[in-house]
Design a protein around this ligand. Structure first.
Ligand code: FAD
Length: 557
């Protein structure tokens, strides 16, 4: 006889992981998975690349099949089976067989919900016109591919410049379409801070994507030639032969709500650290739950595959009596498009402010992904956030063509271990010329932060430069200075600083700048030894100009 009967709703990331883990822990349990769609355990993350033709065969998206689950794990996967309701008193669920159009009930000892999150599809006029797609499932991706292959579209509008939107922009461009991306926020990749998102925007523009920021889509209209007109809040209109909506996802909580399970403040199913819902026999994992942010302590919805799978394992462990706990989410994420990689982990400046956390410092740096003397070095634009008072790591974001995700992964683990900038300073990482440098970007970030926490120098934030009344000292070479400088700044190259120090005002704070902040740091040390109050413009003119791509405004103006 079975030790317990476990039913699982949703057979993809969280649900399939939970089922397989349950079997490994309990050979006697009866495990049934109900999946509304035609496939289980498919690669959602690969869907944009199937649309783009990078992944050629649809079958490659199917990581595991119901037969494999039955043979290897003795788990029964019922596809095209939608769970309609839960009777918590009777411990049963009602299931609709979508092929036979029949309903039946199944009883459970334990029930796991992993229904995921659905793409948001607002009730905008014209939303149901042909040619407007969202992307969640294999059939969705097949529809978009068919549309491309049968209609031969030339223009596409992607609504939303988040992870999925930009992956789709790349894949549609790969198919030869002219792509316009419309984003309501004033930046691409809204979860990122603007200093890092700016590099992603630059890359999109350089690759010919038309980027409309700070404007939202309001309606779609049919055109006489069979294409669509996409209308925006600011009155613009864009022609499109194909539209992809990628404006976020909403947790699928209807089942849980109808069953009276507790829903949290962000609209996800509320669970404890073992993924138990407000009913001790019902568990929930994945995109449908809200979880604590490991850094800020806030409840968050984090629709990512890694947390969904870890949560599936935690729920299986807990059902089998183990004391495993989910540690919370850091939001470690990566996205690549048009040759650039952007990645993040932990808190951003935005999320810290949102959580009311003010004790933080951000540093910016722009090191090469490997030593400059070895051919092919690419810059990594990196922002590190740490607690100003003691250097505890809070978050990091980076953009660049190579080596970005490796640095963010290292910092992600450091954050999970509650490490500090001093630990990054000491981190011993791989080095040979083609891979990194003896002082890796991660070490560099730690050193800048550690120097600042120790009081060896002070940072000046780029945001305050415009309103600052400080004396602005540019320590680059005259040739660099004449090629472009902040209006009102005075040029004394680093090599001349010691002998020209008398030219600097003793009564004023001096903000020192250079290309990326390194020479300015050396200059700050010299000035400090001469009793002058100096601060280093964090990230140098590189960060400042990324924020003002159309020309730096005059400080004080
Ligand atoms: P899902 O994997 O969505 O599975 C839920 C399943 O439950 C669905 O198949 C649904 O049909 C089924 N279901 C829902 N309700 C019922 C019901 N009542 N009865 C029966 N079945 C039901 N994450 C990353 O970390 N990296 C990426 O690169 C990445 N790329 C992505 C690209 C795309 C296009 C998409 C859509 C997602 C991507 N994600 C990525 C997110 C990642 O796929 C999700 O976070 C993860 O799949 C969530 O797992 P889940 O089990 O909660 O939900």
């Amino acid at each position: 006889m079975a030790s317990k009967r476990v039913l699982i709703v949703g057979g993809v990331a969280g649900g399939a992981t939970c089922a397989a883990r349950l079997r490994r822990l309990d050979e006697d349990a009866e495990i049934l998975v109900f999946e509304r769609g035609p496939y289980v355990s498919f690669a959602n993350c690969g869907l944009p690349y199937y649309v783009g033709g990078v992944i050629h065969e649809e079958a490659k998206l199917l990581v595991a099949t119901p037969n494999l689950f039955l043979d290897w794990f003795e788990v029964e996967m019922r596809t095209r089976s939608e769970v309609l309701s839960i009777d918590r008193q009777a411990q049963t669920i009602t299931v609709r067989d979508l092929d036979r159009e029949e309903e039946y009930t199944e009883s459970y000892d334990q029930l796991v919900l992993s229904p995921g999150a659905a793409p948001i599809r607002p009730l905008w006029p014209g939303i149901d016109l042909p040619g407007i797609f969202t992307l969640r499932s294999v059939p969705d991706s097949r529809q978009i591919r068919n549309w491309i292959e049968t209609r031969n579209p030339r223009t596409a509008v992607v609504v939303g410049a988040g992870f999925i939107g930009l992956e789709m922009a790349e894949n549609l461009a790969h198919r030869g379409l002219n792509v316009t991306v419309v984003e309501l926020a004033n930046q691409v990749m809204p979860p990122f801070d603007p200093e890092i998102a700016a590099y992603a925007a630059q890359q999109l523009a350089a690759k010919g994507v038309t980027l409309i920021l700070g404007d939202g889509v309001t309606a779609f209209e049919p055109s006489s030639d069979g294409s669509l007109q996409v209308r925006t809040q600011k009155g613009a209109a864009f022609g499109a032969d194909l539209v992809v909506l990628a404006i976020g996802v909403r947790p699928e909580t209807q089942l849980a709500r109808n069953a009276g399970l507790e829903i949290g403040e962000r609209g996800g199913i509320r669970v404890d650290s073992q993924m138990r819902t407000s009913d001790p026999r019902i568990w929930a994992v994945g995109d449908a739950v809200e979880v604590r942010n490991y850094v800020t302590g806030q409840w968050e919805l984090v629709p990512l595959a890694g947390p969904a799978q870890r949560q599936g394992r935690v729920a299986a462990d807990a059902i089998c009596g183990r004391d495993t706990k989910f540690r919370g989410v850091q939001g470690t994420a990566v996205c690549g498009f048009f040759g650039i990689t952007v990645a993040m982990t932990g808190a951003t400046e935005k999320s810290l402010r949102c959580a009311g956390i003010e004790d933080f410092q951000g540093v910016y740096l722009h090191p090469g992904h490997h030593v400059g003397y070895y051919p092919g070095a690419h810059v990594i634009h990196l922002k590190l956030l740490y607690r100003k008072s003691d250097g505890l790591l809070l978050g990091a974001q980076a953009a660049g063509e190579r080596g970005v995700e490796r640095r963010i992964d290292v910092i992600a683990q450091a954050i999970q271990r509650q490490s500090t900038v001093f630990d990054l300073e000491e981190a011993e990482l791989c080095y040979a010329p083609q891979f990194g440098s003896a002082k890796d970007p991660v070490n560099f970030a730690g050193m800048i932060g550690a120097n600042a926490v120790r009081g060896d120098f002070e940072l000046a934030p780029w945001e305050e430069l415009r309103s600052s009344s400080a004396f602005l000292l540019d320590v680059r070479e005259p040739k660099e200075f004449s090629a472009g400088a902040i209006p009102g700044s005075v040029n004394i190259p680093l090599g001349q600083l010691r002998r020209r120090i008398k030219e600097l005002p003793a009564s004023k704070e001096i903000w020192v700048m250079c290309g990326v902040g390194q020479r300015a740091y050396y200059a700050c040390r010299i000035l400090a030894r001469h009793g002058l109050r100096a601060r280093d413009l964090s990230g140098g003119l590189q960060t400042y100009s990324a924020m003002y791509p159309h020309g730096a405004p005059k400080p004080g103006g």
